[in-house]
Ligand binder design. Structure first.
Ligand code: MRU
Length: 346
């Protein structure tokens, strides 16, 4: 397969390499993902993470395996195993559905390579389209708050919510970004802070619990987040803590925007209750571990609840910024939301 380069994923010498997002920002460590077991392990450990990137990495590995001569039935098993790597981000399932269709044909290896590369190119274009639409919602001098990481690390392109912020910053519209650290795995504190630093966009890192006080003092103009799955009614599953921000934004009268590509839509989930929410290991809450070392603070016998995502109801969302355009709550109520997503998917 031809070489390929994104912020956090590469094809080099017919191998898939991923930038270890658990080692960042202390170390920039590229790890190979040569087998399904290796990639599933990377995905579960969040070395590869972010809804779009998870899906794209799975497709690229399948394409490489097909090119290396793996047979049809083993590829189908591999595809099924990858589909179950993580349950919430529907991009994985949507992308794999396209790879499954490519696998149906006679010359499936070539078809899978073409389809995987097409998905990467599409993702780049989707990010750009989201940013192009989203910048109209950013007022000059904005202080924007974001949660988790939705940038180049999480996609093949410039990102979703962070892509909008990046584009708005390039136009001089962003005064500063408030970066939620995003407990428990610190995607904001480690990854978004790193990306914004690399891009030269001014930011200040905060603990998640500080967002409410900032909003009360009028220091947040808008909140921008991504999505792991958008239900048919517009409810959104995203990184744990997103719902708290939406409630706070509603209380303080601050716009709350969700930026996502159509590959994040799931027409089979009527609402947020139907979205499967991943439960993560207790150790992520009882302490921290990473390339900086590890430490446990909770008592040995502490019982833990650790959902990776929560659901923000559509009623709290000021607009969905999709690659197909901006959907307002009034448009969503009139059913235009479903049509926009259906158009994108069709
Ligand atoms: O558990 P993660 O780090 O994969 O969660 C990622 C998020 O929740 C992102 O906001 C979402 O995937 C959108 S990334 C463009």
């Amino acid at each position: 397969m031809q070489n390929l380069n994104t912020t956090s994923m590469q094809i080099r010498d017919n191998r898939l390499w991923i930038l270890d997002q658990q080692a960042l920002p202390q170390r920039q460590l590229w790890c190979p993902a040569d087998t399904v077991a290796q990639l599933v392990d990377h995905i579960r450990a969040l070395r590869v993470r972010g809804a779009p990137l998870i899906g794209l990495s799975a497709c690229l590995l399948l394409a490489l395996l097909a090119e290396q001569g793996m047979g049809c039935s083993r590829l189908r098993t591999a595809l099924e195993t990858l589909r179950q790597a993580r349950p919430t981000a529907v991009n994985l399932m949507n992308n794999l559905a396209r790879m499954a269709a490519a696998l149906d044909g006679e010359n499936f290896a070539a078809a899978m390579v073409t389809e995987a590369l097409r998905l990467v190119e599409e993702d780049r274009a989707l990010c750009q389209a989201i940013a192009d639409h989203g910048i109209s919602l950013v007022t000059p001098g904005s202080r924007l708050l974001t949660h988790c990481n939705t940038g180049g690390l999480a996609t093949a392109g410039i990102g979703t919510a962070l892509g909008v912020i990046r584009q708005a910053a390039a136009l001089g519209k962003v005064h500063q970004v408030w970066v939620d650290e995003t407990r428990p795995l610190l995607q904001g504190g480690r990854l978004t802070a790193w990306e914004l630093g690399e891009l030269g966009i001014p930011y200040r890192l905060i603990c998640d619990a500080m967002a409410a006080g900032l909003m009360a003092r009028g220091e947040v103009d808008a909140i921008w987040v991504g999505a792991d799955r958008i239900a048919a009614n517009g409810d959104v599953a995203n990184k744990i803590g997103t719902y708290s921000l939406a409630v706070l934004a509603h209380y303080h009268g601050i716009p709350f925007y969700v930026a996502a590509p159509h590959t994040t839509h799931d027409p089979h989930c009527p609402d947020g209750d139907a979205i499967p929410i991943e439960q993560r290991p207790a150790e992520e809450v009882t302490g921290v571990s990473g390339s900086f070392g590890s430490c446990r603070w909770a008592p040995e016998q502490a019982q833990v609840y650790n959902p990776a995502f929560d659901v923000t109801p559509a009623a709290l969302i000021s607009a969905w910024v999709l690659d197909t355009g901006i959907v307002s709550p009034a448009m969503a109520a009139a059913g235009i939301f479903r049509r926009k997503l259906a158009t994108a998917i069709g």
